[in-house]
Design a protein around this ligand. Structure first.
Ligand code: SF4
Length: 414
């Protein structure tokens, strides 16, 4: 419902591949991926995690295929999954072939640890015949030792060369249905590697900061790397690699794309003021209560919680709906216009109710249903608060005057 400003940089043109029903690259919406943490042989456990990931925003889910039981699990999982499944394969090309037999919609191969050219060609030929795409998933931590030696470490050039060598093997069997990742746990290295990959290949790119770690640091690292590239138009599908419940990865992926205006808002965007000396409520507590009450309702709107009616409705006028605290009251507003005044203890409940009605009935209808007198009551509260606390609720002016007095400033009043 909220209008989103688009990023200035145009998306990098790439060829397009399809992971099942999800198009990747070639102007398709940037997709969100995550990976299950269950044993793939545990069909019901894995499916239940896949459903949770899909519901949190994942468009594609990857499962490990590390043993025969996992491949057999995939044969049961793929037909019942709500999203396309990619099999993650390391070391054993037989597992890639078994995953294809199981019906997966994509493969991920790591060139650093699946190294025999004849095996790579065999997998690519099989994927070609079944029209199944492969991600060439280069990883700085598992770079081929020869490349490590040749480039003196896991440099951007070494990572891109690893992908190029794999593509050359694929080309020998006429297979081109490929996306590429060049992940690293170092954010600057990952950014440079992807920039080089974007300049080298026209394949779609799968972004990620590998082994980013637990939140919040892991979230910050992954966001720093992926958002930088996305803002430059680079990246066609993304994955947060967090040491956390993978549902957090999917949710973060979706939220990043929505925040950058690359995907339409599907869920709630709760904004809240940072609070200050003017706050009439515990902003953190009310924002938390509103988040908890609203988050499972999947309302595609921006909701604001503001600490005071003096500045709140104006500062959050772009929000679809919000609440600002007055003197023991909550001032409910839609697009900055006050529509209702409620007792302080009913603020969260009133906000939730208005958010639901707004989505069901639309902005015009809810503005038309505004309480007569709400605007005037809010203005009276605003005036009273201004009179009580003046223009400088944080007493910044007094503090500045004190600093200047101590410093012997010649014009303390200025
Ligand atoms: S002035 Fe009001 S809305 Fe702005 S930060 Fe302070 S309490 Fe929040």
């Amino acid at each position: 419902m909220s209008r989103t400003t688009q990023l200035a940089a145009p998306r990098r043109p790439t060829r397009q591949i399809h992971v099942g029903s999800v198009a990747v690259g070639g102007g398709a919406p940037v997709s969100v991926q995550s990976m299950t943490t269950t044993k793939t042989a545990d069909v019901e456990g894995t499916l239940s995690q896949i459903y949770a990931l899909a519901s949190a925003g994942a468009d594609i889910v990857r499962c490990t295929c590390n043993e025969e039981e996992a491949a057999e699990g995939l044969a049961h999982i793929v037909p019942r999954s709500p999203v396309p499944i990619v099999a993650d394969v390391h070391f054993h090309h037989e597992m890639a072939l078994a995953a294809l037999d199981a019906g997966v919609q994509g493969l991920r191969l790591n060139p650093g640890n699946l190294r025999k050219p004849e095996e790579i060609r065999m997998v690519a030929a099989e994927a070609r015949d079944r029209a199944i795409p492969i991600r060439v998933g280069v990883n700085a931590g598992s770079l081929h030792p020869e490349l490590y030696k040749r480039y003196g470490g896991a440099t951007p050039e070494a990572l891109v060369e690893s992908a190029r060598m794999e593509l050359a093997l694929f080309a020998e069997v006429g297979f081109e249905d490929v996306k590429i990742s060049v992940k690293a746990s170092s954010v600057p290295l990952m950014i440079e590697a992807y920039r080089l990959a974007a300049a080298t290949f026209d394949h779609p790119l799968h972004l990620g900061v590998t082994e980013a770690g637990p939140p919040p640091a892991g979230l910050v690292k992954a966001t720093a790397g992926m958002a930088t590239l996305l803002a430059e138009g680079i990246g066609d599908t993304i994955r947060y690699s967090l040491t956390a419940d993978p549902v957090e990865e999917a949710r973060a992926g979706r939220q990043l794309l929505e925040a950058l205006g690359l995907r339409e808002r599907k869920g709630l965007d709760l904004i809240a003021c940072p609070s200050c000396g003017r706050a009439e409520i515990d902003v953190i507590g009310v924002a938390k209560a509103a988040q908890e009450a609203l988050e499972d309702r999947k309302l595609p709107i921006q909701v604001a919680v503001m600490g005071c009616v003096v500045n709140g409705p104006g500062e959050a006028r772009e929000a679809d709906v919000g609440i600002a605290a007055g003197r023991h009251k909550g001032h409910l507003f839609i697009k900055g216009k006050i529509v209702r005044v409620v007792p302080e203890e009913e603020m969260v409940a009133a906000l939730v109710e208005e958010a639901e009605r707004l989505v069901a009935e639309g902005v015009e209808a809810r503005l038309a249903a505004a309480d007569a007198g709400a605007e005037a009551e809010a203005e009276a509260d605003r005036r009273a608060l201004l009179d009580a606390r003046g223009d400088d609720a944080n007493h910044a002016g007094e503090k500045v005057a004190l600093i200047r007095r101590r410093a012997g400033h010649p014009h303390p009043e200025r």
